[in-house]
Write a protein that binds this ligand. Sequence first.
Ligand SMILES: NC(=O)c1ccc[n+]([C@@H]2O[C@H](COP(=O)([O-])OP(=O)(O)OC[C@H]3O[C@@H](n4cnc5c(N)ncnc54)[C@H](OP(=O)(O)O)[C@@H]3O)[C@@H](O)[C@H]2O)c1
Length: 236
Amino acid sequence: MTFTGKVVLVTGANRGIGKALVEEALDRGAARVYAGTRQPLTHADQRVTALTLDVTDAAQIHAAVEEVESLDILINNAGIALYDDLSDPSVLERHLAVNLFGPYAVTQAFLPKLTQAQGAIVNNVSLMALAPLPFTPAYAISKAAAFNWTQSMRALLAGQGVRVHAVLTGPTDTDMTRGFEIPKATPQSVARAVFDGVENREDDIFPDPMSATLAESWRSGAVKALERESAALVAA
Ligand SMILES: NC(=O)c1ccc[n+]([C@@H]2O[C@H](COP(=O)([O-])OP(=O)(O)OC[C@H]3O[C@@H](n4cnc5c(N)ncnc54)[C@H](OP(=O)(O)O)[C@@H]3O)[C@@H](O)[C@H]2O)c1
């Protein structure tokens, strides 16, 4: 899988990692990049088409599907992260709405086009899918759910020729981590590593120095082996 000549859609494309993913797709020769944003967006490169796309808005998702003629790679990147202590269920609901049901709805809507293209789905999850940072537990729950959904989609779509990747992103220097004084990767380096991971057909992509420390043990570990065994039941 390379990005040359491909049609790519990135959600949450106006800032942070999403913006860097758009630039990386262009650098790698994508033919068209749909930039999904909630606010109007302009881009100097003629290959970029702005798409109004709040991932929680069913009508906008429907309109986006109508506008996009074909799609090779869907990158579910849009997300929110709020501080909480799990005392308010509405905070958990907001995270699940954007970080789980959002990418779920966008993916289901674009699935016929992705299947037609024998394409790929890339879900920007988080290292917190594996272990929560208890300052943002609702966020971590939503990302754990999104990762588990990604694993099921991988198994369910394998027979249809659609690859499904999880990105287990660690701390990255964006608005989302403002105020956290810890070492952070640049969004550009994360975007490069995401695209390298897709090109190398890695199921689970660890795109920054902190997450990369887990890659080898994750890939050779008992949990990954169980995922593969369970996925084989679908194939059978
Ligand atoms: N930064 C990190 O350290 C880190 C680590 C692990 C995972 N991630 C994941 O990486 C992804 C991108 O995060 P980031 O760091 O780039 O964050 P960011 O700078 O805060 O950007 C978040 C993006 O998501 C968009 N968004 C939020 N709610 C949306 C909705 N309902 N519909 C459509 N778009 C929506 C935002 O659009 P608006 O501008 O309209 O708000 C913005 O474009 C997220 O899924 C995040 O969980 C980030």
